[in-house]
Design a protein around this ligand. Structure first.
Ligand code: SAH
Length: 457
């Protein structure tokens, strides 16, 4: 767990550094309660090594399969199913696909799990639609793993790196599973796009919803909406939601999800997000109070940001999976009149370099900008925060107690004692969304340092 705490500190520092000068407040990163076994989509390639069937991820940059590779982060029940498929394949001498020769039958296993409902979809990827002993294979697997609710056989003869081929046959259950995010139901089939870490996705979406400060009359645009998850999750808090998504499969999944949740105030449009916004702004009919955007890793485009300016929402919530492109885009948003108010990193993928960040941008009029500045100086918050740097606090604590305290520990303690909280930014009252908490002995040492630097009484 210590390694994980360090990782969170590094991620926090990375986001703070990239956003410095662009976002006045970066809240402490929201980490995972359990950083292991979060992946609800588990993929194992099959192969044969020294006469033994192996299953796992590829060694980075190669096509060598690491037996059991990746399983620390993968759903544990899914890993057990993969192990049992290997046992069944071994016992029944099933032929395993060989990438080099292109020969062999059993190629890959893809498992998707719905953590909220316990459902599991197993996709068996093979190279031929003729599956000898298919019935017995399915029967055996389900008898060993009653948690499996659906099995799909997918035929993939391709020689590229696509996991799934075009043809699928549902041979057990409905061919999909249903999971829940913030109480809303979402259908996941073999190909559907769905958040990999459900628990952290809920925290990220909650943060986005909190930042959007929605009221029942608000009209929300959910740009880059995928299967409509964010829009549907916030639909109870808003007046209406329009999702925009380019991928037709995601749009059709979004349609199912809207029906499943009776989210009658949500609609999803298949379009390029920028084009939709430009057309909507030009038509001048529809107004949006809030724009939420969740673009891919490349971030959004200058055109999107300009179109956003024309659309003139009062708030923008940027959900980013790449802080580098986020920083680049925030500069352009600023030129368009939208200043970032606060940001919060969320760790969706522990033990990887990825970090998500949620940012609130607001169209501040010159008058309200002035007011914010005055409020901040009235409260003397920036001044008190500047009294000692994080480094100085760390050094003081180390010299006084021998304890190493992280920036995250300091930030958490500062918040607890009201130093970071800038009331005008509406930070949430609840502390339980932030992990890990600062250990008590470290908190005492930091409080001592804060007193020493006269930052608290
Ligand atoms: N908000 C969703 C999905 C985010 S992934 C969720 O939380 O699950 C980003 C999505 O943007 C993908 O579904 C991708 O197909 C879509 N996308 C990429 N470029 C786009 C564009 N120019 N216009 C609209 N959607 C786009």
């Amino acid at each position: 767990m210590q390694d994980y705490e360090k990782e969170l500190i590094l991620k926090q520092e990375r986001v703070e550094k990239l956003l410095s000068g662009l976002v006045p407040v970066v809240e402490p990163i929201i980490g995972a309660d359990d950083p292991y076994h979060y992946r609800n989509k588990v993929h194992a390639a099959l192969g044969v090594e020294r006469g033994k069937i192996v299953a796992g991820t590829y060694e980075p940059g190669t096509h060598k399969i690491i037996d059991g590779g990746g399983s620390d982060l993968e759903n544990e029940a899914a890993v057990k199913v993969i192990n049992d498929i290997v046992k069944i394949a071994t016992k029944y001498h099933m032929s395993i696909y060989n990438e080099k020769t292109g020969q062999g039958f059993l190629r890959r296993i893809l498992i998707r799990t719905a953590d909220a409902t316990g459902q599991m979809l197993v996709v068996v990827v093979v190279t031929d639609h003729m599956f000898p002993g298919k019935k017995n294979f399915v029967k055996l697997l389900v008898s060993k793993h009653p948690e499996i609710t659906s099995i799909v056989i997918n035929v993939n003869k391709r020689t590229d790196s696509m996991i799934l081929g075009d043809k699928s046959e549902v041979c057990y259950g409905p061919g999909y599973i249903t999971d829940e995010l913030l109480g809303k139901k979402f259908t996941i089939s073999a190909e559907s796009f769905y958040q990999i870490n459900r628990k952290q996705a809920e925290k990220l979406y909650s943060k986005a919803i909190e930042y959007a400060e929605l009221s029942k009359n608000d009209r929300v645009l959910d740009a880059y909406c995928g299967t409509g998850t964010i829009g549907i999750c916030l639909s109870d808090n808003a007046g209406s939601v329009v999702g925009v998504e380019l991928n037709p499969k995601a749009v059709s999944d979004a349609g199912h999800n809207i029906k499943k949740n009776n989210a009658n105030n949500v609609k999803v449009i298949k379009a390029d997000a920028t084009e939709y916004m430009e057309e909507t702004a030009a038509a001048g009919k529809t107004r949006f109070d809030v724009v939420i955007l969740d673009p891919p890793r490349e971030g959004t485009t200058p055109e999107f940001i300009k179109a956003c300016g024309k659309l003139d929402p009062s708030r923008i919530v940027y959900v980013s999976c790449n802080p580098e492109t986020l920083a680049r885009d925030l500069k352009l948003f600023d030129e368009e009149g939208y200043s970032a108010v606060k940001a919060c990193p969320v760790d969706m993928f522990s033990f990887t370099e990825h970090v998500e960040t949620c940012v609130l941008l607001s169209k501040l009029s010159e008058a309200s900008k002035l007011q914010v500045n005055i409020k901040m100086s009235e409260l003397d918050l920036t001044a008190s925060e500047a009294k000692a740097t994080y480094e100085e606090i760390q050094e003081y604590v180390m010299a006084a107690t021998g304890l190493h305290v992280s920036n995250l520990n300091i930030a958490q303690t500062k918040r607890k004692y009201g130093i970071i909280e800038r009331q005008n930014y509406n930070l949430p009252k609840s502390e339980d969304s932030r992990q890990p908490n600062c250990p008590p002995e470290k908190e005492i040492a930091i409080v001592d340092a804060l007193k020493h630097f006269k930052m608290i009484q």
